[in-house]
Design a protein around this ligand. Structure first.
Ligand code: NAD
Length: 262
């Protein structure tokens, strides 16, 4: 199929953390990037770090809003001439046990991650199908989509929803040459805004370690004994959407330094 001279990528929640690392990596590989996040200034600041507006722009897009999602997709087309790659990364973790999880908590987690990524994928698929150039949709799901852990029912359930969206969309969009794959990170503490937003303190309390030692604690629990950083997740995006992996769809890659069973 025909292709854009330069890949054009949309990354949601890319003003910080894993999303920012993904946007940075894609730009380093020559892609034009639209950074979508809640706060326009932060999105624009993150884009400015990648270069001029010929390379990256920041837009305000809450993924719970269909109109703001459409505006972000339109920005890809208007600014860079199309769309090739979408990363559903926007998210948050309330990290609460069952009895403390309110209906509003459940709705927020699901509206942002399950419904938000569904709406982003749907809006993106319209453009990708219309262009007839294939494309990639990536979901940043979580180890929690597969493994059950304590105190995170709403978050983990919505991550499992995202994981099944990957399989369902891989089947449905395959005939258009669109690959859909997921990444299951775990334990990204340093560089993650979720961590500084309070999630880290709660997880540290659950595991009985000081908050500043949570990254090291996670690293020790992994098979490889290594700390997972945002760049490691970005590496997986680069591989899944890169020139070498043209025949892989519906896959989830763990980026967790190895999780031991049980
Ligand atoms: P982060 O807080 O640094 O990044 C999340 C970004 O999403 C923020 O910039 C935030 O403003 C944005 N966001 C939140 N709600 C949004 C909304 N409604 N619309 C648009 N943007 C919104 O945290 P992170 O660790 O980089 O998380 C990125 C993704 O990775 C999330 O989906 C998270 O669930 C997933 N993840 C993280 C880890 C980890 O260990 N940190 C593990 C597994 C999965």
């Amino acid at each position: 199929p025909a292709s854009h001279a330069t890949r054009i990528a949309l990354v949601t929640g890319a003003a910080s953390g894993i999303g920012k690392a993904i946007a940075t990596r894609l730009a380093a590989e020559g892609a034009c990037v639209v950074i979508a996040d809640l706060d326009l200034q932060k999105a624009q600041d993150a884009a400015a770090e990648l270069g001029s507006t010929d390379v990256a722009i920041g837009v305000a897009a809450n993924v719970t809003s269909p109109t703001e999602i459409q505006a972000a997709i339109d920005a890809c087309v208007l600014q860079f001439g199309g769309l090739d790659l979408v990363v559903n990364n926007a998210g948050l973790s309330l990290s609460k046990p069952l009895l403390e999880t309110t209906d509003a908590d459940w709705d927020l987690q699901h509206n942002v991650m399950a419904k938000g990524s569904f709406m982003v994928s749907r809006a993106a698929a319209r453009v990708l199908i219309d262009q007839q150039m294939g494309g990639d949709i990536i979901y940043i799901s979580s180890k929690n989509s597969v493994f059950a852990g304590p105190n995170n029912i709403a978050y983990s359930a919505t991550k499992a929803d995202q994981a099944h969206q990957v399989r369902l969309l891989a089947v449905e969009l395959g005939e258009h040459g669109i690959k859909v794959n997921g990444i299951n990170p775990d334990g990204v503490v340093r560089g993650s805004g979720i961590f500084s937003g309070g999630w880290g303190a709660k997880r540290a309390a659950v595991y009985g370690v000081p908050e500043e030692e949570l990254g090291a604690y996670y690293a020790k629990r992994t098979i490889l004994g290594r700390e997972v950083l945002p760049d490691h997740v970005a590496n997986a995006v680069a591989v899944l959407t890169g020139a070498d992996l043209t025949h892989t769809t519906g896959l989830h890659i763990p980026v967790d330094a190895g999780v031991a069973a049980a």
